[in-house]
Write a protein that binds this ligand. Structure first.
Ligand code: 3H9
Length: 686
């Protein structure tokens, strides 16, 4: 068995180092060796105390997540997580955790099984298991409330947010924050012969069962609002509640039961799929490019509208200086004022300090014409979505930018090859498709044109990661991955409305299934003038297999632009809340009657079947054509860019889980009844 633990000795203190790159994740072998190393030190007469730490940047980033699907499938024997922690805690000599980086999930649980915790200033501590559809399963739900109180433990376990070391010290989760080397500080502390102090024996911070129950009710309500449909948050609350209700052992038993239920559920399978899919998406096999592309030190964004100024903020947030320019002085001023407002709002909400906001603001400089582009290592164009305008802007960018600069367009629909052809160096040109609002949304589609070089793609992937985005490689087809699939999905929703479906019931069928927004409401949000433009471009670029959603194309002419003018599929009040609109229904029914469209009743199930099959079948075509590298990349796009429920794992994962053969049967039936739109892609049979 490979050694995952290093043992060092500093006088009478044993230093046990978990060394399992990249993040010291805990597999069964690591846990076994760790517990054994602590027991060995306990048995060594020359040792008076143990310091437990992690090699590299992390302390321990949790259990090795890749084992959970195998555990759930019964492909490996159960791992007694709690027992390993108990073995560390029961050590008769003081054990001190030296936390130099991330102590997450099983990592924090290990730290809490130690008798003391010393953290470096930059350490992060948390129980993020809910984000994987799980709860802490190594005693965390029992030890955290004993150290930080029931309320904080419920919050941390139910929502998975991490805390920094200073906050952890204030909570009592960390005993000291070390200013220098954390292992040195822990060894020094150990030399002071602190008494053994076991978290399991602490009850002072546990409230009585009745108060814990009231807290649990508050958190349950919050969980239903913040993470609707998800099972793990409530299971985590239940497990922490057990700490206040009974003994430590009873609490562990409750935790184990609740953990097993989550582990065996579909939600954890889906969320773990998304975790690995996000990381895999950044890797493009076979790229001939340096592993470490040149670092972007200065960037330029051309076009200071909502997208452009938002993208400039992404650079500033990542510590990169950026020039922002616009065709008009007023446009630039408006963009910069918007940026300032957003940073001020972040300060007001306590998300940023005033000084940090100032620093970021200063990184965004206004530029005249191409003066910023001329000095930039990377340029992102975000001007009006018009082929003529884009071509002209790229001609100027190509003429002005330094020779090796990355030239990216933020187009969502246009042909990258057409844009690249306007420059003198198409090999440096690609699409970087950000989603709105750019500073918040993590997805970026990295679109490869015919001439784009491997080096440019590698540089763009690296840049997107530096901007803390999740980059997904996409081919240069209409709408790339996300918008291309969203179009037939929405078209089906419109077609159901034309055939008698009530707009609010169509949207509800999908939001009750987990989507963040219904497809018709999204149309109102984006604006029907914009949709019309997108649909025209789709037809121009040969996405002709997607039937026209003719009624929606009428909406701009009917003065219904969506949220922006208060009328779309819904009528909007002053708080931008949508209400069913009788006038819209009348127009819709008139439209259908004039064209002889048959009206019928629709169940939520039927609405979901059509819209989701349309979505997945387009994803399948994208895979057939090689426009996405993997089905999981499509899942990442939909989870991070379109509000698809992460706990269903993305559209392609959902289809796999629901049963491809069964869905294909339905698709074939629709194909027989209604023709080419439903033609199943080859992927279904693979
Ligand atoms: C748990 O602990 C349950 C417990 O209660 C225990 C008992 C039941 N396992 O994110 P990065 C890989 S559940 C396996 O790009 P960063 C990751 O796939 C766990 N692999 O780096 C990637 O691999 P590759 C609770 C893991 O610097 C590489 O490490 N813990 C794990 O941006 C680098 O990752 C969590 O949920 C893991 N636990 O961020 C924490 N973690 O290079 C999950 C990472 O092949 N992890 N990898 O693509 C994180 O949040 C971030 O990775 C971290 C570093 C903040 C640590």
């Amino acid at each position: 068995m490979a050694p995952y633990i290093r043992r060092e000795r500093r006088g009478s203190v044993a230093v046990v180092v978990v060394d399992n790159p990249p993040v010291n994740a805990l597999s069964r072998e690591v846990l076994e060796q760790l517990a054994a190393a602590v027991e060995e030190a306990a048995a060594d007469g020359l040792i008076t105390a143990v310091v437990l730490t992690g090699a590299g940047k992390s302390f321990i980033a949790g259990a090795d997540i890749s084992m959970f699907p195998r555990l759930a499938a019964g492909e490996m024997p159960p791992v007694p997580f709690q027992d390993y922690m108990n073995r560390i805690e029961l050590c008769p000599k003081p054990v001190i955790a030296a936390i130099g980086g991330a102590a997450l999930g099983g990592g924090l649980e290990t730290a809490m099984a130690c008798h003391y915790r010393i953290a470096s200033a930059g350490a992060q501590l948390g129980q993020p298991e809910v984000k994987l559809g799980l709860i802490p399963g190594a005693g965390g739900t029992q030890r955290l409330p004993r150290l930080a109180g029931v309320e904080k433990a419920m919050e941390m376990c139910a929502f998975g947010e991490t805390v920094g070391s200073q906050a952890a010290a204030e909570l009592g989760l960390v005993d000291r924050v070390a200013s220098g080397d954390v292992v040195e500080a822990a060894v020094e502390f150990a030399r002071g012969a602190p008494p053994v102090r076991r978290t399991r024996d602490m009850r002072e911070k546990l409230c009585d069962a009745e108060s814990a129950e009231s807290l649990a009710e508050v958190f349950r309500q919050m969980a239903r609002r913040r993470m609707p449909h998800q099972k793990a948050p409530e299971a985590a609350i239940e497990a922490v509640l057990a700490a206040a209700r009974g003994s430590f052992e009873e609490g562990l038993a409750a935790e184990a039961r609740l953990f097993a239920a989550c582990l065996n559920g579909e939600q954890s399978r889906a969320l773990i799929h998304v975790f690995f899919a996000e990381r895999a998406a950044a890797k493009i096999p076979g790229l001939r490019a340096p592993a470490q592309p040149d670092e972007v030190r200065r960037a330029a964004v051309v076009g200071a509208g909502t997208m452009g100024s938002g993208i400039a903020m992404c650079f500033a947030d990542a510590g990169i200086d950026v020039w922002l320019s616009d065709a008009s002085r007023e446009g630039l001023e408006r963009g910069l004022a918007g940026v300032r407002r957003q940073y001020e709002a972040a300060v007001r909400k306590g998300k940023l300090s005033g000084e940090e906001a100032d620093r970021r603001l200063k990184r965004i400089r206004s530029a005249d014409g191409m003066e910023g582009v001329a000095q930039a290592d990377a340029v992102v164009e975000a001007v009006f979505e018009d082929p003529g305008v884009k071509r002209e802007v790229f001609r100027m960018i190509g003429a002005a930018a330094p020779p090796a600069a990355l030239l990216a367009s933020n187009t969502s629909t246009l042909d990258i090859d057409m844009i690249a052809a306007a420059t003198n160096r198409p090999e440096f040109v690609l699409g970087l498709h950000f989603f709105s609002p750019a500073p918040v949304m993590r997805l970026v589609e990295v679109v490869r044109g015919r001439a784009t070089s491997d080096g440019a793609i590698a540089a763009a992937m690296a840049l997107a990661k530096r901007l803390r985005k999740i980059p997904v490689a996409a081919g240069n087809c209409f709408g790339f991955i996300g918008n291309r699939m969203f179009l037939p999905y929405r078209t089906q929703a419109v077609s159901i409305a034309e055939q008698g479906g009530e707009p609010d019931r169509i949207d509800a069928a999908l939001t009750s299934w987990g989507w963040a927004m219904g497809p018709l409401a999204v149309g109102d949000l984006i604006g029907h003038d914009v949709w019309l433009m997108i649909r025209r471009e789709a037809l121009r670029r040969g996405a002709g297999h997607i039937p026209v959603s003719a009624f929606e194309d009428e909406l701009p002419r009917l003065g219904r632009l969506g949220q922006k003018n208060g009328f779309g599929w819904y009528r909007y009040d002053e708080n931008r809340r949508g209400h069913p609109d009788e006038e819209l229904i009348r127009l819709l029914r008139e439209y259908a009657a004039a064209r002889g469209i048959e009206q019928r009743e629709w169940t939520a199930e039927q609405i979901r079947e059509r819209t989701l099959l349309a979505l997945v079948n387009e994803g399948a075509r994208i895979l057939d054509e090689g426009m996405a590298l993997r089905a999981a990349d499509i899942d990442v796009v939909f989870v991070h860019g379109f509000g698809f429920p992460a706990w269903r794992g993305g559209p392609m994962h959902w289809a796999e889980q629901a049963g491809k053969a069964k869905l294909l049967e339905r698709l074939e039936a629709l194909y027989d009844e209604e023709g080419p739109f439903w033609k199943p892609a080859a992927w279904w049979r693979r």
